[in-house]
Design a protein around this ligand. Structure first.
Ligand code: FAD
Length: 441
């Protein structure tokens, strides 16, 4: 029994918004801004950080807002703008408030459409929320050093990009003088720029791949600006240092040769994992590829009335893509709330990524569902491929092929038109006939 239902514990205050949005990043704020004018009750956004805005708050460089706001902003300016838009639209955005767990729902569903309840803790203590619909927009994070199973000492000076940028941009803390950056994706170069601004030289970037994952223009420009060498086909195998990092040991993946690189700071970048704890705790089916909730093209999860959006679904794409997910999901949430007895969708077939793709999102096809956000499917590749041909298979045969206009590369989401999956495959999508797969020819 949860504390709210226990007779010997204090009764918690209860909020009954129409919609609860968990996470005040670009996806959650954009969903709230689109929903607030359209639903009769309150749209409540809960954000655990002191300010809303999500990851862009920490990212003090330009590159935000192109697709959703049609302008280029710095991360913090973009975060402020989305927060203001959600509040102006009428959403109740509360910060320093974490949704901690699912509570036992009222036995009769409280007379409302969905029998969910959650607990949150904020500046005024713990409270209970009984919403009519829920949007999970909790984002993604980079896997820390421990999760990457890197051996060695446990000294200070080891960060992810998110931790580094939070320390530098939000708390103005010093970092070291000589760093190794693990990864060479766009986010890795963002980490390198942050280090440079903080007065820390990047001695080396380390990439598992034979060439830099970031697009050539970005990598060439950043290399010229930062003068940073990249060790390709290599990985960090050991961190050395008693109190503070003193060096890392790196290994060449093909020869096994090892060398020691002196440094006082290590930044582990990329290698994203969705912040999926709440989804898992609700028993929502997860996509084995993304490790986020499995959703259909309307961004419905496997639990009725619970939707998901943003990097929780596709770790990790750009902020404007997450924001446009938020706008897309708002249509479905509003439609659900307008219908007193919404019919629950049934059936559908899995859309599954075939190697070299690790995942495709959304991962569930249902006849009659809308096109996915922006009319695009998102894919993540573990390998480089040039002159690639996308191949869609269903029921043991090729049902569509599509020549990709640019190279497939790891470390960056590949976005392809939804129309690559033929309507005939969606119409006949039936779990009994197996999944629809999408790979390369
Ligand atoms: C270093 C770096 C550089 C980047 N550069 C760019 C760029 O130049 N351009 C660009 O477009 N994108 C960039 N991105 C990507 C961009 O930041 C993300 O795509 C975007 O933030 C995703 O939005 P989101 O809303 O899905 O998730 P997030 O921004 O991660 O927001 C999720 C929010 O949910 C909150 N939350 C999680 N769990 C709970 C809970 N239980 N209770 C309450 N709150 C919770 C979190 O605190 C967070 O604020 C960059 C990312 C990084 C890390």
């Amino acid at each position: 029994m949860s504390p709210a239902e226990s007779s010997d514990l204090p009764v918690l205050p209860v909020l009954t918004p129409d919609v609860l949005v968990v996470g005040g990043g670009p996806a959650g704020l954009s969903a709230a801004a689109a929903l607030a004018p359209r639903v009769p009750g309150r749209v409540l956004v809960l954000e655990r950080e002191p300010e809303a805005g999500g990851m862009p708050r920490h990212s003090d460089h330009t590159g935000y807002g192109l697709r959703d706001l049609r302008r280029l902003l710095t991360g913090p300016a973009y975060a402020r703008r989305l927060t203001a838009a959600a509040r102006t639209a009428g959403a109740d955005v509360r910060t320093r408030t974490t949704v901690t767990d699912w509570a036992e729902a009222p036995a009769d569903g409280g007379g409302r459409e969905i029998p969910y309840a959650l607990h949150a803790t904020g500046p005024d203590g713990r409270f209970r929320i009984e919403p009519r619909a829920i949007v999970l927009a909790t984002g993604a994070r980079e896997r820390p050093r421990a999760a990457r199973l890197v051996a060695g000492d446990r000294p200070a000076g080891v960060h992810t990009t998110g931790e580094l940028q939070r320390a530098v941009h939000l708390h103005h803390r010093p970092v070291g003088g000589r760093a190794v950056v693990v990864g060479a994706e766009p986010v890795s170069w963002s980490a390198a720029l942050t280090l440079r601004r903080a007065g820390c030289r990047v001695a080396l970037m380390v990439s598992r791949h034979a060439r830099t994952e970031a697009p050539a223009a970005l990598a060439v420009g950043a290399t010229a600006l930062l003068g940073t060498p990249v060790a390709h086909r290599a990985r960090v195998v050991r961190v050395i240092g008693r109190r503070r990092v003193e060096a890392v040991e790196i290994e060449h993946l093909d020869t096994g040769a090892r060398r020691t690189v002196p440094c006082d700071t290590v930044v582990f970048t990329g290698d994203w994992i969705p912040d999926h704890e709440l989804a898992r705790a609700a028993g929502i089916e997860l996509d084995p590829g993304t490790l986020g909730p499995l959703v259909d093209t309307a961004l419905r999860t496997s639990r009725p009335g619970i939707f998901a959006a943003g990097n929780l679904l596709h770790p990790a794409d750009t902020a404007d893509v997450a924001a446009l997910d938020g706008r897309h999901v708002a249509d479905r949430v509003a439609a659900r709330l307008a219908d007193p007895r919404p019919a629950e969708p049934a059936g559908g077939a899995r859309l599954i990524a075939a190697p070299p793709f690790r995942w495709v999102a959304p991962g569930l096809l249902r006849p009659g569902d809308p096109a996915p956000p922006r009319g695009r499917l998102l894919l993540w590749s573990d390998e480089f491929r040039t002159a690639a041909r996308l191949v869609v298979r269903h029921d043991g045969r090729i049902v569509a092929e599509h020549r990709l206009p640019r190279a497939v590369r790891p470390g960056r989401v590949l976005s392809v038109p939804w129309s690559v999956v033929p309507q005939s495959a969606i119409r006949t999508a039936d779990p009994a006939r197996g999944p629809v797969t999408i790979g390369l020819g």
